[in-house]
Design a protein around this ligand. Structure first.
Ligand SMILES: NC(=O)c1ccc[n+]([C@@H]2O[C@H](COP(=O)([O-])OP(=O)(O)OC[C@H]3O[C@@H](n4cnc5c(N)ncnc54)[C@H](O)[C@@H]3O)[C@@H](O)[C@H]2O)c1
Length: 360
């Protein structure tokens, strides 16, 4: 019996609504799989916690999380707390503190009806974006000089270390080799004449060790166009923190929207726990109404299962999402249906286990 400790950080807005559907999936799995069990610890951290305690998480929050096998996070951010505080004091603190330097964001069309692109099917839209997740443009380095004065200057410095750049590129090459796929690097060396020239050099250098992997390199502006016009060009993509963040929103747009986009924050050495989360935010415009689509959060559970080495469960979850989309009867309003978050989640459990939804 494998027992996995999972830290739950539902967070703000629709975070708790979608995480509770994902937890139902985990509980259903342990009910039907005698070899797996999960121990959950829930943390109340987020914007409400901030308004009450003046901090997004406990000072020793990372210590409290460090012995878990995975962190399952909903979303953080809410009107009333500046976004840079909610992001930096919780989400980025965990990603950086636990050196989760790989962000895996699949751009996979799960049903042809979901894409706004003409004549594109599941065959043409199926790739994985590997985003650098620990430094780059989101290193938090810079300065704010002469604040409020006419000579005011703001500096936001991108930080691209050899260690950080090499390890993400190497991870992507390994993944491409393992999956026998092509690898595309996306950068911007024409304009960013230090950081991205360096990125391209490291990509070429590391690439010499992987002669079996076919590679491409695009500028980020051209790549944005190809994401929309010819997504079939991509199999595995490696890119920087900022570019990956923006490009994967295009990825979400061509595969059905934010309600379907998932992301895993991985510490490949497993020295620290990895974190699984839907890509979307707390969606204050729809929170508390049962309108949130929990599919992205459920897909995060599939990524978690894959990370645990439970590939069969991971594949089954993704197949079941496809079945649910195909059935087209229990979908949330963002997908043109009128089911609530909970109704979609219950139908998912029914399809996954063959049982009616159990109330936990
Ligand atoms: N990972 C995170 O925790 C994360 C990511 C992005 C934004 N945020 C935070 O979330 C807050 C809101 O940000 P935003 O509005 O820019 O982005 P958002 O992702 O919360 O919402 C963007 C749009 O997509 C819709 N949407 C998002 N998820 C959905 C779902 N599961 N089902 C149906 N519709 C969905 C929303 O209703 C909204 O119209 C901000 O405070 C922001 O900082 C957090």
């Amino acid at each position: 019996m494998k027992k996995k400790k999972i830290a739950l950080i539902p967070g703000d807005g629709i975070g708790p609504e979608v995480i509770s559907e994902g937890v139902k999936v985990l509980k259903a799995i342990e009910q039907v799989d005698a070899n797996l069990s999960f121990e959950f610890t829930e943390y109340p951290w987020g914007c409400e916690y901030y308004l009450e305690h003046g901090k997004m998480m406990d000072e020793n929050g990372l210590d409290q999380l460090k012995d878990t096998d995975a962190i399952y996070l909903g979303a953080v951010g809410y009107p009333g707390v500046p976004d840079h505080i909610s992001l930096w004091d919780l989400l980025l603190k965990i990603r950086k503190g636990f050196d989760q330097y790989v962000n895996l964001r699949p751009v996979t069309l799960l049903n042809p009806s979901l894409t706004p692109l003409k004549n594109k099917t599941e065959k043409e839209i199926d790739f994985l974006v590997i985003r650098e997740n620990s430094e780059g443009e989101y290193a938090g380095a810079g300065d704010w000089l002469f604040k409020g004065k006419p000579e005011e200057v703001v500096l936001q410095t991108g930080v691209f270390s050899r260690k950080g750049t090499e390890r993400i590129i190497r991870y992507a090459f390994e993944e491409a080799r393992k999956q026998k796929k092509t690898l595309t690097s996306i950068s911007k060396a024409n304009a960013l004449n230090y950081s991205m020239v360096f990125w391209d050099e490291v990509f070429d250098e590391v690439g010499k060790e992987y002669p079996d992997v076919v590679t491409y390199s695009y500028l980020v502006d051209a790549a944005s166009m190809f994401f929309v016009q010819q997504p079939e060009r991509f199999e595995i993509v490696v890119t920087s923190n900022l570019f990956g963040d923006i490009l994967t929103d295009i990825g979400a747009a061509i595969t059905g929207g934010m309600g379907l986009a998932t992301g895993a924050n991985i510490n490949p050495e497993r020295e620290f726990p990895s974190m699984f989360e839907p890509v979307h935010g707390s969606a204050p415009d729809i929170s508390g109404k049962g309108l949130a689509n929990p599919i992205a959060a459920i897909w995060s559970v599939a990524q978690m299962m894959e990370f645990f080495g439970e590939e069969k469960w991971s594949e089954l979850i993704v197949t079941t999402i496809k079945e649910l989309l195909e059935e087209n009867e229990h979908l949330t309003p963002d997908l043109g249906g009128n089911a609530t978050t909970e109704e979609l989640g219950n139908q998912f459990i029914k399809l996954l286990t063959g049982q009616d939804a159990i109330t936990y």
